[in-house]
Structure formats: structure tokens, C-alpha cells
Write a protein of this length. Structure first.
Ligand code: PEP
Length: 256
């Protein structure tokens, strides 16, 4: 099954002002304007989402970095998937390690994922281990994340879901981080695909699996060619329009 590759930029809690966000988004839009074969998603902070939908580009879809399950209600401080869809978001990252560190559980992520699907958003489910132990316990951890976060999800929803493998030890904000290799990515992508196939059968093929963890314009080609993935999720590199556009261009060239 040939799947269109996808590049998802996670801006995290950046930049500081709306003006800077609009400038960066405009630069990214210009940089990727000739893209044909790659899906591109930018996930800015909630606050900027609606404003960025006003900047014309047919190449980029917007995504949020989190969403609460449900539509409206007494949930102080939360933003629902329904609301996000309503203002123009089409993707939502769920279960990011920076949210899990603050206490988000697989059960929370599962509820959010169901809410996202019900609203029409594409969930980007982030999984990944904090450390790599010699006994390979990280495989069981990723398996548990997948099983618990995808509990009760129907086969017919699978083609909307993206799994982002993000080993926390390779993410740019992790202290004493290490580089993950394309081999690390490929090994885990194969494992994730096997877990999905065991659970869902052949429909599992429709799920995109992507890699994130300090991806940049220098190693994107290696991850895309040898990492066994259908796309990338750059964080820090997505805050530099030139670097992000270069990553998209690399993906585009490889997809031709
Ligand atoms: C992330 O945290 O989603 C991420 C991929 O960040 P970075 O590329 O900065 O490691």
C-alpha cells in the first residue's frame, strides 16, 4: 500500500507572540508552496490556530498539540476536539511525552483519541520510551502504550490515525539526549506495525507510522529512506522555516 508521506511540525509553546507566529507560518507556507506529494501539518499553540487559518496556503493543514475529549461542558481550562475542528484544525497530537510527564495516562489519551475521531480530527498518537534498557523492556512499554491508547478503536478509524514514535531520550529538550538512528526507528516501526497487525489485521497497513526526536534537515533523508516510516515529526527544526521546508523538500524528492 503506497501512502502519501507526512511531515508534522510541532511548534510546542513557541513562538512568544502572534506576530512572530504569523511570520513563521507565512515563511513556511512560502517555502513549501511547490509541494505535491507530501502532506504537511503545523501544530502551533492553541492560541494562534484560528489566526493562522486566515493565512492562505493550500499546502498546509493545521493541528493542535492536545485536545480534551467531549464537545462542551464544565471542564475549566480545556479545549475540545469539536472546538478545534470548528475553527479549522484537522489534526491533533495526543500523548506527547511532554504531556505524559505532567501526568497524562494512557487512559486519558484513549479518551482524547476517541473524542478526536468523533470530531473528525486526525489523531497523531505519540508513543515512545524514556530510556532504552538492556533487557529491551522498551518494547513492552510501547506495546502497552499502543494497546491502552487504542482500546476500543474500530478498524474503520485506522486510516485516520498516525502513530508517532518519539523516543524521549532523543527529543531535543531531554537533558543529556542521544541521537536515535534510522535503525532504531526502523526496528520500532516494524514492531509497532506488528502490534497493530496482531490487533487489527490487514487494516493496520493503513496507519501511518512516523518518527520524531531531534529530526533535522541533515538526517531527514536517512530516517525517511532507512527508518521504515511514512513521515517525520520535527519539533525544534520546525521553528526554522528554511529547515522545515528543506525537510519537506527531501521528503518530496524521495516520494517522486
Ligand atoms: C517533539 O518533542 O515532538 C520533537 C520531535 O521535538 P524535537 O524535534 O525538538 O526533538
Amino acid at each position: 500500500m503506497i501512502k502519501k508521506k507526512i511531515i508534522i511540525g510541532n511548534w510546542k509553546m513557541n513562538p512568544l507572540t502572534l506576530k512572530e507566529a504569523e511570520k513563521l507560518y507565512g515563511e513556511v507556507a512560502a517555502g513549501v508552496s511547490r509541494t505535491k506529494n507530501t502532506d504537511i501539518v503545523i501544530c502551533p499553540p492553541f492560541l494562534y490556530l484560528e489566526k493562522l487559518t486566515k493565512i492562505r496556503t493550500s499546502k498546509i493543514k493545521l493541528g493542535a498539540q492536545d485536545a480534551f475529549a467531549g464537545d462542551v461542558g464544565a471542564f475549566t481550562g480545556e479545549v475540545s476536539s469539536e472546538m478545534l475542528y470548528e475553527i479549522g484544525a484537522r489534526y491533533v497530537m495526543l500523548g506527547h511525552s511532554e504531556k505524559r510527564t505532567l501526568g497524562e495516562s494512557n487512559i486519558d489519551v484513549n479518551k482524547k483519541l476517541k473524542g478526536a475521531l468523533a470530531s473528525g480530527l486526525h489523531p497523531v498518537l505519540c508513543v515512545g520510551e524514556t530510556v532504552r534498557d538492556e533487557n529491551h523492556g522498551y518494547f513492552s512499554l510501547v506495546k502497552m502504550q499502543l494497546e491502552e491508547c487504542l482500546k476500543g478503536i474500530s478498524k474503520s478509524s485506522l486510516s485516520k490515525i498516525i502513530i508517532a514514535y518519539e523516543p524521549v531520550w532523543a527529543i531535543s529538550s531531554t537533558q543529556n539526549r542521544k541521537d536515535a538512528t534510522a535503525d532504531d526507528s526502523r526496528e520500532m516501526a516494524i514492531f509497532i506495525r506488528k502490534i497493530l497487525s496482531d490487533k487489527f489485521g490487514k487494516e493496520a497497513q493503513s496507519v501511518k507510522i512516523i518518527y520524531g526526536g531531534s529530526v533535522n534537515e541533515r538526517d531527514a533523508e536517512d530516517f525517511l529512506s532507512n527508518g521504515g516510516v511514512d513521515g517525520l515529526l520535527p519539533g525544534r527544526a520546525s521553528l526554522d522555516a528554511k529547515k522545515f521546508a528543506k525537510i519537506v523538500e527531501i521528503c518530496e524528492t524521495l516520494s517522486r
